[in-house]
Design a protein. Structure first.
Length: 201
């Protein structure tokens, strides 16, 4: 499994055995070096691509723990080691239910931020570029592993369609909204529209 690339802590690590990239298979470890490039795919888009808003505001760099409301960050509850939930139907079994722990951080409403993670496409254009996606702390799991809780997923609409590579980390940069979404893949507590998307370096 590929984990969130930046300085995320144990909570994000335990939450993240999650989103669906089609089949239960092998999973890769992430780069530990924050200077590691994201493989050359993907492109910056939108006015905030350099981490600065049009009004000059600098983006606040987030860790995945920051997306949880303060009362949940030090909760002693530990997620179990999550394994694919197959039944007699094997890969044809229905998707695992989403985890429901924690709540969003109200302090992030309207904040100009940057957050690293992995792209799970929701909608493509006619050229196969990603028009809409979920950003998650982990990649490489399958639909039979429970997705992370809504407060650990961001529903992203980039400023322009982007080209991405699966299993490669990216930054999103933009204004965070507390807005619930119910997508075909998972529920989310956050949304970012007009986001810049950058390879993780």
């Amino acid at each position: 499994m590929r984990t969130a690339p930046p300085r995320t802590g144990a909570l994000a690590a335990s939450l993240g055995l999650a989103l669906l990239l089609a089949a239960c298979g092998s999973r890769e470890a992430p780069p530990d070096d924050a200077s590691a490039a994201a493989g050359g795919a993907g492109a910056a888009s939108g006015p905030s691509a350099v981490g600065t808003a049009p009004d000059g505001e600098r983006a606040r760099e987030l860790e995945w723990e920051d997306l949880l409301a303060p009362e949940y960050r030090d909760d002693p509850f530990q997620f179990p080691e999550l394994q694919p939930e197959h039944d007699a139907l094997g890969e044809a079994a229905p998707p695992a239910p989403q985890l429901a722990f924690g709540g969003p951080n109200p302090e992030l409403q309207g904040r100009f931020v940057r957050l690293p993670g992995f792209v799970v496409p929701l909608e493509l254009d006619e050229r196969g570029r990603v028009k809409e996606f979920l950003l998650a702390p982990y990649a490489g799991a399958c639909i039979h592993v429970p997705p992370p809780p809504p407060a650990q997923i961001v529903h992203v609409v980039p400023a322009a369609p982007i080209e991405t590579r699966l299993f490669e980390p990216y930054w999103i940069v933009g204004r965070m909204e507390l807005a619930e979404s119910a997508t075909a893949l998972a529920k989310t507590s956050y949304r970012m529209r007009g986001a810049a998307v950058l390879p993780y370096r």
